[in-house]
Design a protein around this ligand. Structure first.
Ligand SMILES: CC(C)(COP(=O)(O)OP(=O)(O)OC[C@H]1O[C@@H](n2cnc3c(N)ncnc32)[C@H](O)[C@@H]1OP(=O)(O)O)[C@@H](O)C(=O)NCCC(=O)NCCS
Length: 235
């Protein structure tokens, strides 16, 4: 396998959004291949090879996604690790489970976007994380999707991370997983696996503009091992 093979982000994000992604091979090879292209600015010197490779691949995906909009640029990084996009651009990066993706859009089309790709949790990880991610009412709603509970909890986890990534540039502070709730879930088998949508509702005020009760759609696509989610904020 090559160090980086193109991979497509499957979750549908709607018009105006361009994405790029890669399946990652050997981490040292990824680092060697991207070393001259992606500066490690802001990343700890002690970051292990896996972290460096995923960081570089995510940033490289961002450059390729921006190139899809005709922009020759790359995101910076703020003190909390959030990407800082070129002026007039909204975007997001995710990596993990040997994949890295970025989605970007012009701010005239999209105010904010958050994407997240996760490996489905094991039953053990689900038991450990469940109480942090969703409550009993949310779990009841998720059962409409007829998937095993570790998958359902991963979908909720990923959708909430996408929401956080989408809104963080407007909020600028940490919000825990109880700050939004799953209030609806629908899905059906599709060409890429289980495809559908979660609806998330803010359970507290995130800011003056993003008040408790506001709802967001989080489409998802799940295979037997992974899930991808996204949240898009439009003007
Ligand atoms: C920041 C966070 C969302 C990243 O998600 P993750 O699943 O750990 O990792 P991913 O690979 O999907 O995404 C990592 C990328 O997100 C981006 N990112 C980091 N912080 C971010 C932020 N505050 N806002 C938006 N994007 C952010 C970065 O590009 C990062 O990659 P990089 O450091 O290599 O550039 C997660 O670590 C976190 O802190 N979650 C808790 C907050 C939360 O999700 N609350 C839910 C509220 S309902």
């Amino acid at each position: 396998m090559l160090a980086l093979e193109p991979a497509s982000l499957l979750v549908p994000l709607g018009p105006g959004i361009t994405s790029a992604g890669f399946q990652l091979g050997d981490h040292e090879q990824v680092i060697a291949e991207l070393g001259s292209l992606v500066p490690l600015e802001g990343l700890s010197q002690s970051a292990v090879a896996k972290r460096r490779a995923e960081y570089m691949a995510g940033r490289y995906a961002a450059r390729r996604a921006l190139a899809g909009l005709g922009i020759d640029g790359a995101p910076g990084r703020d003190e909390r690790g959030c990407p800082v996009w070129p002026s007039g651009i909204a975007g997001s990066i995710t990596h993990g489970a040997s994949r890295a993706f970025s989605a970007v859009a012009r701010a005239s089309d999209v105010l904010g976007v958050g994407i997240d790709a996760e490996q489905l949790m094991s039953a053990r990880a689900k038991d450990e994380l469940l109480a942090r991610i969703c409550d009993a009412d949310e779990r009841t709603i998720l059962t409409k999707l007829h998937a095993p509970e570790p998958a359902l909890v991963t979908f909720a986890f990923s959708a909430k991370e996408s929401l956080y990534k989408c809104l963080y540039p407007f909020i600028g502070r940490f919000m825990d997983f109880s700050a939004a709730r799953v209030v609806e879930a629908s899905g059906a088998p599709g060409p890429n696996g289980l495809e559908g949508e979660l609806e998330l509702e803010l359970s507290v005020d995130w800011s003056e503009s993003f008040r408790r009760g506001r709802r967001f759609r989080a489409p998802f696509v799940a295979s037997a091992h992974h899930v991808e989610t996204g949240v898009v904020l439009r003007p």
